[in-house]
Design a protein around this ligand. Structure first.
Ligand SMILES: [Ca+2]
Ligand SMILES: [Ca+2]
Length: 120
């Protein structure tokens, strides 16, 4: 139990003090890379997991970790892109909760504010 607490504290410290070497520029859920989360991203995701082309955007997340993956596909904040994200997207379009980015590499604030402007 004590080890778990120490690990959590260490992870939190890394998260707070780590300076991202390079921020990820993406829109959460924009799997096909056109700048928006739409139903086409659900279709694209299904194709990805059916052997189709990979998403156009990948990013080192957490920054500097060397773990390069398709961050835009992570809509449930689990820090990986898998079938659960497709399910989450489908639920979102049916009125469910909005997309949640991986906390280790959220989209850059600049892009976020751009999205907010476009949403209005
Ligand atoms: Ca898209
Ligand atoms: Ca996920």
């Amino acid at each position: 139990m004590k080890q778990i607490v120490v690990a959590v504290v260490l992870l939190a410290a890394v998260g707070i003090f780590a300076i991202p070497s390079r921020a990820c520029d993406y829109v959460v859920g924009d799997v096909n890379g056109n700048g928006y989360l739409t139903g086409m991203d659900v279709v694209y995701s299904i194709n990805v997991f059916s052997g189709g082309p990979p998403p156009p955007y990948s990013c080192d997340c957490p920054p500097g970790s060397g773990n390069i993956w398709f961050v835009a596909g992570d809509v449930n904040g689990s820090c990986n892109f898998n079938g659960l994200d497709v399910t989450y997207m489908v639920r979102y379009f049916k009125g469910g909760n909005g997309p949640i980015p991986c906390p280790s590499c959220p989209p850059t604030p600049l892009l976020k504010s751009k999205m907010e402007v476009e949403a209005k």
